[in-house]
Design a protein around this ligand. Structure first.
Ligand SMILES: Nc1ncnc2c1ncn2[C@@H]1O[C@H](COP(=O)(O)OP(=O)(O)OP(=O)(O)O)[C@@H](O)[C@H]1O
Ligand SMILES: [Mg+2]
Length: 233
């Protein structure tokens, strides 16, 4: 579904944040990308979704070369991105936030909204609440719900569990599993390596802009190197 071949991303002329990265996400998979702070995870997602450009290589989504496409065009093709830090429109209501997520939707907005509300009853309860006053976990749900409003085939999530209490981390991972069961392919970026490997069909490990290891989630979580570096020994 998504092929990334030889991605090289720079900030300015001196910072080489992503160094020749290649990987793929197959239809129906959950693929996790793990790595320390500054490894380049968010940069990769931003480049896939058209917010940054790779200097080399190609990005193929659903059989089409998308590098160079505008971000809104990529969303309309079925690739949605939930950025780091639950960026909701804090002055808009929950419902208005969801509607903003439907800007590329060709189908019926009310119908899709109903579907999202049934998946996220908490958002339904709070549909008229100003998003900036939601709790951290609720804002993360809203950010995911908003991305789902475009009816994506592939959903990219950037650290959805960041800063959440353990019980909410469980809830967010349950939501990811449910979306996956509903047929959405997932590319997940996480610092919570344990949970990210547990949920993943396959995973890639990123260190200072390069993929240094890959494999199925279970095998990686049993590797001594991974245990030492990412799972606390
Ligand atoms: N706008 C920017 N300008 C300059 N350098 C940047 C910019 N954004 C990111 N970088 C640098 O690029 C590298 C990769 O950053 P990126 O945000 O992709 O890492 P990350 O793996 O998502 O880290 P984290 O887990 O902390 O979110 C880092 O060294 C970072 O300092
Ligand atoms: Mg990041």
């Amino acid at each position: 579904m998504l092929y990334i071949n030889d991605m090289n991303v720079y900030y300015g002329s001196s910072i080489h944040a992503v160094k020749g990265v290649s990987f793929e996400v197959k239809p129906g998979e959950i693929v996790s990308l793990i790595g320390a702070n500054g490894a380049g995870k968010s940069t990769i997602l931003k480049t896939v979704s058209g917010l940054l450009r790779s200097r080399t290589g190609s990005i193929t989504f659903d059989g089409k070369e998308i590098s160079g496409y505008e971000a809104h065009k990529i969303v309309s093709m079925g690739l949605a991105h939930v950025p780091e830090g639950r960026r909701v429109f804090s002055n808009l209501t929950v419902e208005e936030n969801l509607e903003m997520g439907a800007y590329t939707l060709k189908g019926n907005v009310e119908e899709v909204k109903k579907d999202i509300f049934s998946r996220f009853p908490r958002l339904l309860e709070r549909r008229h609440q100003i998003a900036g006053t939601l709790s951290g976990g609720e804002q993360q749900m809203l950010a995911i719900g908003r991305a789902m409003m475009s009816r994506p085939k592939l959903l990219m999530l950037d650290e959805p569990s960041m800063g959440l209490a353990p019980i909410l981390v469980e809830q967010i991972f349950d939501i990811i599993k449910e979306l996956h069961q509903a047929g959405v392919t997932i590319l997940l970026v996480e610092q919570n390596a344990r949970k990210a490997l547990e949920i993943a069909d396959r995973a890639y490990v990123l260190e200072t802009g390069k993929i240094v290891m890959s494999g199925d989630g279970k095998t990686l979580s049993e590797s001594d190197d991974i245990k030492k570096a990412y799972l606390g020994g």
